[in-house]
Design a protein. Structure first.
Length: 265
C-alpha cells in the first residue's frame, strides 16, 4: 500500500511539473519546436539574395507577445530613449547593446540567471551567451523567423500580401509616420503581435550569409561588424516587412525604428 501511495505521489508530481512546463511566463507565448523552411523562394517579390532557403529545426522556447514597451523599458533601465512617447508604444532608438543590457537587468530583477556576460567597454564590448541560463535574451534570427511565420510558408504570416490595416509600415497608417501601440493590429496564428512592421527588432546573430544545408538551432555567423534586424518598421516598404526579410546594423547604435522583443527558455 505504501509503495502504491508513493507511486501515485510521483505521478501527480510529474503531472504538476509537466503542466508548469506547458504554461509560458506572463506575457509570453510557448513556441513549440519544429522544422521549417527558412528564407524565401527566388520568385518572392521584394526578395534579397541573402535569403537562400534551407531547412531549419528549432527547439521549444517562449517569446514575448509584444515588442518591449516603453513602460517595461523605463521600469528596468530608468530611461526612455524613444522619440515617439507612450507607455504602450514599443521602445525605440535602442542599440543592440541596450537590448542586451535590458535582458540582463530584467533577469536579475526577477531572480533569473542572466543569459549574457558583457566584457570590455564602449566600442570594444563583447558579449557571450550562456545557453543554460533561464534569463531573458534576444531571439536568434532563425527563432524569430520561425515565430513570425507561425506555420505559414507565404511571404507574410497574413498570406501572399499584407496591408496597412494589418501592420504599421510604409508610413501610411492611421498615425502616419510613427510607431503605434503594441496591440493595435491583430496577432499572428501563434498570438504574437507586430511581427510585421512598427519597429525593427534586434536578433542575437551577427549578420552573415546563411550556412547551407539543414541546420538545428543555428545562431548565425561567429563574428561580424553588424547584428541582424528583423520585421521592418513604420517607415519601411512592404517588402522589408516580409517574414524572410533581413537587414543589419551596427550594434553600438540605435535609431527611431529599432526595438526588440524577448525570448526565454
Amino acid at each position: 500500500m505504501k509503495r502504491v501511495i508513493i507511486c501515485l505521489f510521483l505521478v501527480v508530481l510529474s503531472a504538476v511539473v509537466f503542466a508548469q512546463d506547458l504554461n509560458p511566463a506572463p506575457g509570453f507565448v510557448r513556441i513549440d519546436g519544429g522544422t521549417f523552411t527558412m528564407g524565401s523562394p527566388a520568385n518572392e517579390p521584394g526578395r534579397s539574395s541573402d535569403e537562400i532557403q534551407r531547412q531549419v529545426t528549432i527547439s521549444l522556447f517562449q517569446m514575448s507577445r509584444y515588442p518591449v514597451t516603453q513602460r517595461e523599458y523605463q521600469e528596468v533601465m530608468g530611461t526612455n530613449p524613444s522619440y515617439f512617447r507612450g507607455a504602450n508604444l514599443p521602445v525605440e532608438c535602442v542599440s543592440w547593446f541596450d537590448a542586451i543590457e535590458y535582458c540582463n537587468r530584467r533577469s536579475q530583477r526577477e531572480g533569473l540567471t542572466p543569459a549574457y556576460t558583457i566584457s570590455g567597454s564602449r566600442n570594444n564590448r563583447t558579449v557571450t551567451w550562456n545557453r543554460n541560463a533561464n534569463g531573458y535574451r534576444l531571439p536568434t534570427e532563425a527563432e524569430w523567423e520561425y515565430a513570425c511565420r507561425a506555420g505559414t510558408t507565404t511571404a507574410y504570416n497574413t498570406g501572399a500580401g499584407i496591408t496597412t490595416s494589418q501592420a504599421n509600415f510604409d508610413a501610411c497608417c492611421e498615425d502616419c509616420g510613427e510607431s503605434t501601440p503594441i496591440n493595435r493590429y491583430s496577432p499572428n496564428r501563434w498570438g504574437l503581435y507586430d511581427m510585421h512592421g512598427n519597429v525593427w527588432e534586434w536578433c542575437w546573430d551577427w549578420y552573415g550569409p546563411y550556412v547551407s544545408g539543414a541546420q538545428t538551432n543555428p545562431t548565425g555567423a561567429v563574428s561580424g561588424d553588424s547584428r541582424v534586424l528583423r520585421g521592418g518598421g513604420w517607415g519601411d516598404s512592404v517588402g522589408d516587412t516580409r517574414s524572410a526579410s533581413r537587414v543589419s546594423f551596427d550594434p553600438d547604435y540605435g535609431f527611431g525604428i529599432i526595438g526588440f522583443r524577448l525570448v526565454r527558455p
